[in-house]
Design a protein around this ligand. Structure first.
Ligand SMILES: [Zn+2]
Length: 426
């Protein structure tokens, strides 16, 4: 669940305890599910609904790019027509730091807002959740880190995700960076799940291909890791399978034809379904390793997942052959009547093919051999204290997996070798 959002924080003692308790939390405590509005223009409809709830002043939390592109207009117009005022805090950056979120809290207080719309990618969502909780419980953000630390309910939160990947619109956590301590704090509370989310594909048509690819594979990783992990339930299985089918059917189209509204809508649904799955069934080694790449090299989360996904799945395959076979059938790679091991192989190959078609590199260009033992140690620690991994690996085995994405020494340029057509011999 939330642990998806814990990059470098795993070494912090307080968070370790949280991670150990995470399974109990997600498995036995009901997590609310937002009402979904889906389709082009749904962000405007969300504005109509929010105004209809009688909120008088709504804070929109977003980033400056979204604000400058004019993507807020439909929402703001609808709020105004419905009689609700709105103010925009558009300073959110990736991995928003505590001082920035504190400015957002002060902004919310100065304007006396009574609801928040989170509008953007994962960082805007998380910042909005943190602002909502801290507004209702005025104390330093660090004191709100952990489970149920806010006595009063946060301001009502609504969400408009603008990437199809993180699934933050349906999760229980808010992660905020603490630059002074070089770590992250995680606020966890089921009341942080937005009341309603608008999946508006019209907002996603301008997303650049490389971000479409990375966030899309992040969603795929959420779906796969929740499906093959040991905490999967019939509910999370249904969500994960639906997400995998939609992603294999639509992500390539979104990458090559970004303005395709129908494909964008299906990817938006897929990432939300994957979010509903992993916020309950959690993730695995792909995320555990990707978080270390993010912490050490600032590799974008989705890209780090995409690079590691094929390797972790091949390692895990002997323990999850049947599950991989089921995923292959849902991805329309074969028929259920085929042998499980043949289907599982097809699924593993299909991940390679998808990565290649989306321009995902085979190697992590910044990775250094000397860093590998520490990265593997931290990844294993994160996985073994928090994730229901289907096939255990030792630190040495983890090092070997990471070594597979080490760029070849004398081949620094050709990092996307597999994405190049084979050279024709004269
Ligand atoms: Zn993720």
């Amino acid at each position: 669940m939330i642990l998806d959002f814990i990059p470098s924080a795993t070494r912090e003692a307080g968070l370790e305890a949280l991670m150990k308790g995470a399974g109990k939390f997600t498995r036995y405590i009901p997590i609310p599910q937002p009402t979904l509005l889906v389709g082009a223009g749904s962000s405007q409809r969300l504005g109509e609904v929010v105004a209809g709830f009688g909120h008088s002043k709504v804070l929109i939390v977003t980033d400056s790019v979204i604000s400058k592109l004019g993507l807020l207009k439909g929402l703001q117009d609808a709020l105004q027509e419905g009689g609700a005022k709105s103010v925009v805090f558009d300073e959110i950056t990736p991995d928003a730091p505590i001082p920035l979120v504190e400015r957002g809290i002060a902004f919310c207080r100065d304007h006396d807002c009574d609801a928040i719309v989170a509008f953007g990618g994962g960082s805007s969502m998380d910042s909005a959740k943190a602002i909502a909780m801290a507004f209702a419980n005025p104390k330093p953000l660090r004191q709100l880190a952990g489970y149920f630390k806010g006595r009063r309910s946060p301001l009502p939160i609504y969400a408009v995700p603008t990437t199809a990947g993180t699934g933050s619109e349906v999760t229980v956590a808010a992660v905020v960076s603490d630059p002074s301590k070089h770590d992250k704090i995680v606020i966890i509370d089921p009341r942080l799940v937005p009341k309603m989310a608008a999946l508006d594909p019209a907002l996603m048509t301008g997303l650049p291909p490389h971000i479409t690819a990375a966030t899309g594979i992040d969603a795929l990783t959420h779906a796969i890791e929740s499906y093959v992990g040991n905490w999967a339930t019939p509910y999370t299985d249904g969500m994960a399978l639906a997400a995998v089918g939609l992603i294999f059917g639509n992500l390539r189209t979104c990458y090559t034809d970004g303005k395709n509204i129908a494909a964008r809508e299906k990817m938006a649904l897929a990432s939300t379904y994957a979010g509903l799955a992993f916020t309950r069934a959690n993730v695995g080694y792909v995320h555990a390793i990707a978080h270390q790449f993010g912490g050490k090299y600032h590799t974008p989360h989705g890209l780090a997942n995409a690079i590691m996904l094929p390797h972790v799945m091949r390692y895990s395959a002997p323990s999850i052959t049947k599950r991989l076979a089921q995923l292959a059938v849902r991805a329309k790679l074969g028929k259920a009547s085929e042998r499980d091991d043949a289907l599982a192989d097809k699924f593993l190959d299909a991940i390679d093919d998808l990565n290649r078609d989306l321009g995902i590199p085979l190697y992590l260009d910044k990775l250094q051999e000397a860093d590998i033992p520490a990265l593997a140690k931290a990844a294993c620690h994160e996985a073994h204290t928090g994730y229901p991994v289907p096939r255990y690996m030792t630190q040495k085995q983890c090092e070997q997996l990471i070594r597979q994405v080490l760029p070849p020494k004398h081949d620094a340029v050709d990092v996307t070798a597999k994405s190049q057509p084979p050279k024709k011999l004269p």
